[in-house]
Design a protein around this ligand. Structure first.
Ligand SMILES: Cc1cc2nc3c(=O)[nH]c(=O)nc-3n(C[C@H](O)[C@H](O)[C@H](O)COP(=O)(O)O)c2cc1C
Length: 176
């Protein structure tokens, strides 16, 4: 038995939540991996996310490069936590047509903070399938730090993106 992977998300209008549940379904049906999506507002202490060693985090970007409201609060509450030994994969929701200069910024901002706290990131993803002009989620190597999902402008690509990303990332999160 491999160790359980934590799956946490924040969502204002429900799109990140929908994607978290799609991830649960694909992981179960295609990989036999059980994930339980948890909304970060349901955590008494957001640091409980780090009771897991392997973690998937999902977040949208709001208001021209800002954190989603619930993540905004959580980011402060987890700021002092030592994340050495934690492996994190991220998926971010954004709108590349509506907000091309801030595409998926929150994913990049959160990754930068958690990396400074000691976390290791897996699940980087090629950026060339997305049309945007700037993003804080882009790493020095030109890839996105995690999976980008665009339910506003490219919803038809979501399932395929999730399937491909999960096939790549689940083994890196210790799933067998
Ligand atoms: C007012 C507003 C501001 C937004 N700002 C951004 C942004 O800066 N960057 C981005 O990539 N997407 C932005 N988006 C798109 C959202 O991230 C996208 O709709 C996402 O799917 C919402 O997720 P949620 O329903 O889980 O909250 C914005 C959407 C709205 C309505």
């Amino acid at each position: 038995m491999s160790e359980e992977i934590g799956l946490f998300y924040g969502s204002t209008t429900g799109m990140t939540e929908d994607v978290a549940f799609q991830i649960e379904k694909i992981a179960q049906e295609e990989h036999g991996v059980t994930l339980t999506p948890i909304n970060i507002i349901d955590l008494d202490d957001p640091n409980d996310m780090f009771l897991y060693t392997h973690i998937i985090l999902g977040m949208p970007t709001w208001n021209y490069g800002e954190y989603q409201d619930d993540w905004e609060m959580v980011v402060d509450q987890i700021a002092g936590t030592d994340l050495n030994g934690k492996t994190i994969a991220m998926f971010g929701l954004g709108d590349a047509v509506g907000y091309p200069e801030y595409f998926l910024d929150a994913m990049g901002m959160l990754a930068e903070q958690l990396e400074a706290q000691g976390a290791t990131f897996v699940g980087e993803w090629p950026a060339d399938d997305y049309k945007f002009s700037a993003s804080k989620a882009i790493k020095k190597n030109g890839k996105l730090i995690g999976l980008g999902v665009d339910e506003d402008s490219e919803p038809e690509k979501t399932t395929e993106r999730l399937q491909a990303w999960l096939t790549y990332v689940l083994p890196l999160l210790g799933a067998k």
